[in-house]
Design a protein around this ligand. Sequence first.
Ligand code: ZN
Length: 488
Amino acid sequence: MKSKLMLHNTLTRRKEEFQPVNPPHVGIYVCGPTVYGDPHLGHARPAVTFDLLFRYLRSLGYKVRYVRNITDVGHLENDADEGEDKITKKARLEKLEPMEIAHYYTERYHDAMRALGVLSPSIEPLASGHIIEQIAYVQRILDRGYAYVSNGSVYFDVERYNRDHDYGILSGRRLDDMLSGTRDLDGQSDKRSPADFALWKKAAPEHIMRWPSPWSDGFPGWHMECSAMSTKYLGDTFDIHGGGMDLMFPHHECELAQNTAAEGHGAAKYWVHNNMITINGQKMGKSLGNFITLEELFTGNHALLAQAYSPMTIRFFILQAHYRSTLDFSNEALQAAEKGLDRLMKAVETLGKLTPSERSTVEVEELRTRCEEAMNDDLNSPLVIAALFDWVRIINQIYEKQQTISEEDLRQLRSLVGTVVFDILGLRDEKATGSDNLVAPLVETLLAVRAEAKAAKDWATSDRIRDRLTEIGIRVKDRKDGCDWEIE
Ligand code: ZN
């Protein structure tokens, strides 16, 4: 690998050169969705961020095993140990089986991800399918003395752990500060300390999703699935753990503590976190009325939306910001993304029509270097896009004969732009999918007939074809040596 990929590691708080544990293999674990509601904007950002990382590592020649889980049990309403299971609650409200809820929303999530051009992970394990592994993992932590059984539940002993290790190392918190910020336990809790978290919860009689264990009929704590499933598929030391910044605490901090308690060391070498999407400067939330699902974005069916936005517009919008920056959603920003993407795709089309000259006045290597340097600098996709836009201008100049390109350079440029735009950024030309595939060849056929008519000075036929195309929304623009067309 000649490229030196630098990644910002949340654990060390600095950019580090990425060096896989076991090259050419790379293991990535990313926390996937809890499947109890429609996929929304908040799901799109981590999915696109880690899709970019997955695609880039593959393009560098690594053999990547990408594991992204589905949480279908154990995620309680308050993201800690209290409240109802999110999926069970939805099932109760809708009078369905919890697994019907999980299946339905998993399918919805997959449909949305496919639309966004997010590649399927290598393995997509379900929490409910790994209860045995989770029970074994809880037992290992108990055996090491970092957990205790209380009234049929098992809790992680944070204070005991913090004597030997550093609880808070990932999120930059200190246990003392955390404890001083919490109220004392009211005597109702099975926990010894408010900082402790559940590894296994005894199920209340009405709780539907439950499994037998050495401690009680119950279910695993939310953080347990990721410790058990990441190490099952990637080994007890693996390369990259990813997720949204909102998961850093408590979820990832607890996961790291569980791994360290069981193995004596953390599992992931690099922790990578994407920043959040805000809406008109505000955090997205159901109570704020600014909660937008991906389907609402794709259809425009939401009071905050001025229009529908295509999945590729959303993807391009996300890629236009660095993954560690906040990204503010607004109609203006999305409309700008839509225009930008359109310009880029038109240039890709123009690139296909360029004819080579004897020699080049352009330097294709410059684009390659800029894209590589940007991607290697902690996946700086906005800089990649800026480089592409400089080349949109250059491609149009070549087309207008203000610049020239040699046959070899043209071949290189087409291959490079294809790799960057389609393989790495994962964009696609939405206008050229499905039955739209037929539009271009049909228009080209009609324009060829028109060119013959013009050559024969049959102006009536030539004009009739152009006017008919204009009527159906296809604008024809004549040039010295042929014509261009576009869908209005
Ligand atoms: Zn997780």
